[in-house]
Ligand binder design. Structure first.
Ligand SMILES: NC(=O)c1ccc[n+]([C@@H]2O[C@H](COP(=O)([O-])OP(=O)(O)OC[C@H]3O[C@@H](n4cnc5c(N)ncnc54)[C@H](O)[C@@H]3O)[C@@H](O)[C@H]2O)c1
Length: 130
């Protein structure tokens, strides 16, 4: 991956401190990278340890390690969610932006859906970080 230079004229999020859940991949990781590119400091939060480390390393290599950090957390566990918020506040001396992006997907016809999977899906959606 190429190292990219920071363009101060694009820094629309300079001074902002963000926490993004579900940031190890997909839309969350893309959002985290865009936020860093726009000058924000970002804590990426996800329960997937390996993908999260990869995402943070990739963003750090492109936009600067000082802007980005990782916190492994399952946001359906209140103590882990609270730890993530506390870590962001500690790292960045506060928090301005919260992106409640984490989600799980189970694709199946409703008649064939597993109730446990539905519960797991709604658990992520109904217990966002606050
Ligand atoms: N992809 C789409 O087409 C689409 C369309 C509409 C809305 N969305 C919404 O956008 C968001 C992101 O979608 P995506 O496609 O990037 O999803 P994705 O499945 O690629 O990524 C979701 C991330 O959330 C993480 N995650 C799941 N449960 C977690 C938990 N309990 N704690 C911490 N992390 C957890 C996963 O590990 C994963 O890294 C979701 O809220 C989704 O509902 C997506």
């Amino acid at each position: 991956m190429n190292t990219m230079s920071f363009d101060p004229s694009r820094a629309r999020l300079a001074g902002k401190r963000a926490l993004i859940t579900g940031a190890a991949g997909g839309i969350g990781a893309a959002t985290a990278e865009l936020f860093c590119a726009e000058g924000a400091k970002v804590l990426l939060v996800d329960r997937d340890v390996t993908l999260l480390a990869d995402a943070v390393a990739a963003i750090g290599a492109r936009w600067g390690e000082a802007n980005v950090a990782a916190q492994v957390a399952d946001i359906t566990i209140p103590a882990e969610a609270a730890n993530a918020v506390a870590r962001a506040c500690s790292l960045f001396s506060g928090l301005n932006v919260l992106v409640n992006n984490a989600a799980v997907r189970y694709v199946a016809p409703v008649a064939e859906a597993d109730p446990a999977q539905w519960e797991a899906l709604f658990a992520v959606k109904k217990t966002p970080i606050k």
